[in-house]
Ligand binder design. Sequence first.
Ligand code: UN1
Length: 515
Amino acid sequence: MDLKEMRPRLKSELGISEVNSGVYSNDWIDNPKGRKINLYSPIDGEFIAGVNGGSKEEYEVMVKNMEENYEKWIKLTSPQRGELIRLIGLELRKNKEKLGRIVSLETGKTVVEGEGEIQEMIDIADFAVGLSRQLYGYEIASERYNHRMYEQWLPLGIVGVITSFNFPSSVWSWNSFIAAVVGNVVVWKPSSKAPLTAISVMNIITRVIKEHHYPEIFSLIAGGGGEVGNLMTSDNRIKLISFTGSVDGGRKVSEAVAKRFGKVILELGGNNASIISDRADINVALKGVAFGALATAGQRCTTTRRIIVQESIYDEFIKKLVNVYSKVKIGNPLEEGVLVGPLIDESAVNNFMKAIEQARHEGGRVLFGGEKLSIKGYEKGFYVKPAIITMPEVSPVSCQETFAPILYVFKYKTIHDAIKIHNAVPQGLSSSIFTTDLREEELFLSPWGSDCGLANVNTATAGAEIGGAFGGEKETGGGRESGSDAWKSYARRQTVTINWGRDIPLSQGIKFDIK
Ligand code: UN1
C-alpha cells in the first residue's frame, strides 16, 4: 500500500483535514485555542495532520454541555441506551477497514492489528448492548418483617476517559460503551500521540448520534503536556477517571482524584512474563512468546517482557526463539507479511536503546537484536530490531516497563523458583504459563501462584478478549474494565430498604417505642 496515495484518501474518507479541531462538544468546535499538536507517522516520519487541542474555557463549556446531556440521557431506559450502542457498532463495522488504516498510519500497527483495534470496539459494543438488559442487582434477605432489601446500580454522571496511544480507540470504547449503557456520559482525552484515530472515531459515532436524535453523550478534548488531563482529574464534576498509561502518570491521576474523593480506574504498566516449563508443548510456547513479545512492536500493556525457562530446555528453547525472531519481518506495517512495525516515536527508540544499555550493565547478554534499524524507503521511521536478552537474575532493568520489544530471559530449576521470579516485579497485569502438567498449571493459578490480574495457560500474556474483566494488581493500579462485571465501576451502588408493613420494626432488635 502506497503511503503517499493513502494519506489523502484516508483523510478525505474519515473527515481528517490538514488541521483539525480536537474538541467535540455537541459539535466540532472551530479552531480551539489550546495546545497545537502535529502528527507524524511513525512509519515514515512524514506529516499526517495537525490537531488543535482544547483550552480551559472550551473545557468548561464542554463540561456544562455534558451535564445537560446527562440529564437527557438518564431519562432513557438502559435498553434504549443500548440501542444507540448497537447502531454505533453497525457503523463501526462498515468503517472497520478505513479506521484500521488510520490506526496503522498514526500508531504504526500492522494492518491486521489496526483492524483488530476496531474489531475490539465492535465486540465491546455487542457486549454493551447485551449488558444493557442485564444490569442486575442482588436482592438481600431482610431481617425485618414485611421489608424488602435490594441493591441498585445508578449512573455516576460524567465519566472521564484518558487513553494511551497504543490502543487509541478500543480502550476508550471498553470504558465508554459500558459507561454509556449504565447511563453515564463521557469526556475523552485521547493521547496527544494518537488523536487522529479518536477524531475519526468521533466523526463516525457522532454522525450516528445526530442522525438518530440521541443526546450528545460523547465528547472529545485533545491536549498535551498534561493541561487537559489536570483539568479533568481535579474536576469534581467528573465522577470517575479511567486512565490508561504509565505508573508515574497513574500515580498523579490517582492522587489528584483521591483528594476530591472521586473514583478511578487505573490501567498502568505491565511487566508480563511467561513461564516455559520443561513440560510445555514447545511449538505452542514459541508461538505464544513470539506473539506476546512482538505484536504491536512490544507496545502493549500486555506485551510479554520476560520469559522464565526451565533449565533442562533452556538452551534449546532460546535457540529456537532466536530462530523465530530472525525470520520475523520488520518494516512498513502496511506491507503484507510484516509482523513488526515501528515504535511510536524517537523517544521510544531512545528508551529502547537505554534499557538495553542498562541491561548490559546489569549482566545481561544480548542474544538477538537491540539495535536501531533503517528500513529502505522509510528511513525517517522509528524502527528497531527486537531484543532477546538473557539475565543472570532479577535486576532493576527487568523490573521496569520499557514500552518496546525487549524480552528478558531467566532460567529456573523448580516451578516454585519460577513463580518467585515471576512475581518479583512491581507490576501485576498479565501472566502466562506454558505447560501440559496439571499440577504446575494449577499451582500457577493458586493463591500462591501468579499475582497478576490476568493469568493464561498455554497462551500469550497479550491478546485478552473483551468478555473478561481487564486490569491488574500492584503498580498496574488495580482497575478493571471491559467485560465481566466491570460495568459496576461506572455505577454507584445503592442499597435500598423498603418497608411495606403497617409497623416499623427496627434492625438489631432495637426497641424505640414512642408514646
Ligand atoms: C493495552 O495494551 O492497553 O490484551 C490493552 C491485549 C489487548 C488489549 C491491550 N486486547 O493485548
